[in-house]
Ligand binder design. Structure first.
Ligand SMILES: Nc1ncnc2c1ncn2[C@@H]1O[C@H](COP(=O)(O)OP(=O)(O)OP(=O)(O)O)[C@@H](O)[C@H]1O
Ligand SMILES: O=P(O)(O)OC[C@H]1O[C@H](OP(=O)(O)OP(=O)(O)O)[C@H](O)[C@@H]1O
Length: 220
């Protein structure tokens, strides 16, 4: 393993996920005083700006990079953060990418739930255990709803936003596990070491998204 070169305490490394969160994250960071123009048609995965490095990652890898301190802060969905089990500060609910994680079945299904398919096995297992449902949990990677349609599983645990995927596939929510939205996450050591960069960013983001951050885990 090549040790990372020492970075000045004035330098920030941010972990941002490709996909639907990226555009809103970049827009919000620009409003917060970090204008980051990411190249559109580039295979580069690390982008350098004055005083800021951006690492472009898969969603699931954002909490890993932040927890292990390679990135000082990142933006990721609460769903992915819960699923990661990583102990990072989560000082700002950024409000966008709002959706909820639900238990979903075919409309009218009421038989026993023996198998549940999901991209969120940790969340699904916690939910099933809390209700004493001894179902097998099968991890899938995408188009999760198909598992309920095809009989691969008796129910699925997946995200719902507009509900159009459910309606298009004759499915319904039978319970909501939790609500999710994009969060700013921060490495615990970086918060001390790079306080002069991170505190103003946190404050500015809080101002931009409005108050009401009470109840956040890891509030700083
Ligand atoms: N339909 C949706 N509406 C709003 N927000 C959503 C929706 N689906 C997912 N999200 C939120 O956006 C985040 C990123 O979703 P995206 O679809 O970009 O990732 P993904 O393709 O599931 O992940 P990856 O490709 O990295 O495995 C999710 O973790 C969730 O917080
Ligand atoms: O309620 P809706 O507005 O229809 O949104 C919900 C859908 O969005 C997400 O899928 P995505 O498009 O990210 O594809 P994926 O299944 O490959 O993750 C999620 O997994 C649902 O399938």
């Amino acid at each position: 393993m090549t040790p990372a070169p020492p970075r000045s305490p004035d330098h920030l490394t941010l972990a941002l996920p490709k996909g639907r969160i990226l555009e809103d994250a970049v827009a919000l960071l620009a409003q917060a005083g970090l204008p980051l123009t990411l190249p559109e048609k580039s295979r580069a995965l690390r982008h350098e700006f004055p005083g800021v490095t951006v690492l472009e990652l898969r969603n699931q890898d954002v909490p890993v990079y932040v927890d292990l301190g390679v990135a000082d802060a990142g933006i990721v969905g609460k769903d992915v953060l819960i699923e990661s089990g990583r102990a990072v500060y989560e000082p700002v609910d950024l409000r966008f990418a709002a959706c909820h994680l639900s238990m979903i079945r075919e409309v009218g299904a009421n038989g026993p739930i023996g198998r549940v398919a999901t991209k969120y096995p940790r969340s699904a297992r916690a939910y099933l255990a809390a209700r004493g449902i001894p179902a097998e949990v099968v991890k899938l990677s995408g188009n999760i709803e198909l598992a309920a349609l095809t009989g691969l599983a008796d129910a699925v645990v997946d995200l719902v936003q507009t509900g159009s995927t459910l309606r298009a596939n004759h499915l319904e929510e039978v319970d909501v596990l939790y609500h999710s939205s994009a969060r700013l996450i921060v490495n615990r050591a970086a918060l001390k070491l790079r306080r002069s960069r991170l505190r103003p960013l946190i404050e500015r983001l809080r101002e931009l998204v409005g108050s009401g951050q009470a109840g956040e885990t890891g509030d700083v």
